[in-house]
Design a protein around this ligand. Structure first.
Ligand code: GLY
Ligand code: MN
Ligand code: MN
Length: 468
């Protein structure tokens, strides 16, 4: 008995501590044969996101989101399914053929009243036998914390009350599907046909849904940061493993294999974007992904990678010499990019202009290229540093955001680079040198936190890790 009271006191104390810190670190969800992972975003998270979106909605309106469609690759093979990040953020559902309507105010429908309704696919024994288990409406109620759930084919007959609303906003990223013939498996098609028959005031042209979702998604909660940190930790482990294993007798696809083995081994469901393993001349191609070149042909390797863990993706770049040693020109360019990046990271502070890290980094690169005689005028810096320095990071690698001054909870990349393609207008000793260094930075009241600091950036540390 005493033991029991002691446990209860301990439990209450633990609860108080977690409330005091405003976060629950490990979210436990029911695990069964549909879902084995126990560290997904909680149903409460998705519910709170819907409520926050509802607060931002104009009076008397509703907003509609669709799940991503399944996309055919060829014949009866489909691309690996990936949910629409907005839909995932708002519901947690990772299945196609679904649609959610979020109303500003609760509506009286014929059999229930609610301020949100989810339409989703029903379970089906035959397709589940072939393709895997489906969540189904019953489990969805507790898993998604949505109380009004209907089968997706009910949408056409359902009186959604749109004609009594001032506006219905909808996200329509799937232009092709919107023009498709309506089928029960194609909710956006159904919706398109429905809205043509029913003259309601649609506001998609204003793209309000993009703006509202950007406002929400650009500030990460503690729950989201838990997953983002995990994705970034996995990605750093992959970069470090690559540094330890790489030799110049490998090919780009073999370095990709080392990376993606570490991703999968750690439970990352996807890569957040195709892994970039660009060596030699390919180090100067910003989003190179074919990854077929043998490293023995020389040059640096730009390794730009991101594991995606439960929806959240990392984006970390390291540049390595496959031989294990940077040569003189490579060192010059690398040190310049590193100096620019470090200054850019230092500039990523609360209240700073979103573009400030880029302004600072670009100035340093311009000065350096001028000093090396690679450019003759500072204005020519864009010839060799032709991309932005920062983007938001989250459910998308190039995540949504409003580009207002930085606030605590933003996560951005800082990723300057220099790319000197063959035949550039400079000393040929610099040709085919491409360098990018990219880290993922959390804005905090205490200053920038480098979430990807676990993978080394200095030449000395990289060369040491590469020693065989
Ligand atoms: N990996 C793409 C980028 O760095 O933006
Ligand atoms: Mn990036
Ligand atoms: Mn990147």
């Amino acid at each position: 008995m005493f033991h029991k009271i002691k446990s209860i006191i301990l439990l209450i104390a633990l609860l108080c501590i977690s409330i005091a810190y405003g976060q629950v670190d490990q979210v436990k969800i029911e695990s069964d044969s549909y879902e084995y992972d126990q560290d997904l975003l909680s149903p409460e998270f998705h519910q709170s996101r819907r409520n926050s979106l509802r607060k931002l909605l104009p009076e008397g309106s509703a907003i509609v989101f669709f799940s991503s469609p399944e996309r055919n690759r060829s014949n009866d093979v489909y691309y690996e399914y990936h949910q629409n990040p907005n839909f995932y953020y708002l519901t947690g559902l990772r299945e196609p053929n679904a649609m959610i309507v979020i109303y500003k105010d609760s509506q009286e429908f014929s059999t229930f009243s609610n301020n949100e309704v989810l339409f989703m696919q029903e379970r089906d024994a035959k397709t589940e036998l072939w393709n895997g288990r489906k969540l189904g409406m019953e489990r969805a109620k507790s898993r998604l914390k949505i109380t009004s759930i209907l089968p997706n084919y009910n949408f056409v007959d359902f009186n959604s009350k749109f004609d009594s609303l001032k506006a219905v906003y909808y996200e329509a990223p799937f232009e092709i599907e919107l023009k498709d013939t309506a089928t029960t498996n194609n909710l956006s098609g159904l919706y398109y046909h429905f809205t043509k028959k029913n003259p309601i005031q649609l506001k998609d042209k204003q793209r309000i849904e993009g703006l509202l979702m950007a406002q929400l998604r650009q500030v990460k909660t503690q729950e989201e940061l838990r997953l983002l940190r995990k994705a970034i930790d996995i990605t750093c482990e992959a970069q470090n493993q690559l540094m330890k294993e790489i030799t110049d007798t490998m090919t780009e696809f073999q370095t990709e294999a080392i990376i993606e083995y570490v991703f999968k081994k750690n439970g990352a469901e996807y890569t957040g974007f195709p892994s970039i393993q660009g060596s030699g001349e390919n180090s100067c191609i910003l989003h190179y992904t074919s990854n077929r070149r043998p490293l023995i042909r020389g040059g640096l390797l730009v390794s730009d990678i991101g594991a995606e863990y439960h929806g959240y993706t990392a984006d970390v770049t390291r540049t390595l010499p496959p031989t294990g040693k940077f040569n003189k020109e490579q060192t010059q360019i690398y040190e310049l990019v590193l100096k620019a990046q470090s200054a850019g990271i230092d500039a990523a502070i609360e209240g700073a202009n979103f573009w400030q890290p880029g302004i600072v980094a670009t100035e340093i690169i311009a000065e350096g290229l001028l000093k090396f005689g690679i450019i003759q005028h500072k204005n020519d810096v864009r010839k060799y540093f032709m991309h932005g320095t920062s983007h938001y990071l989250g459910l998308d690698v190039h995540d949504v955001g409003t580009y207002i001054p930085l606030v605590s909870g933003n996560v951005i990349t800082v990723e300057p680079g220099i790319y000197i393609a063959e035949d550039s207008d400079c000393d040929p000793k610099y040709w085919n040198i491409g360098v990018r260094i990219e880290d993922d930075i959390l804005i905090t009241p205490e200053g920038p936190e480098n979430l990807s600091a676990a993978s080394p950036r200095s030449i000395k540390e990289i060369e040491t890790l590469m020693e065989k």
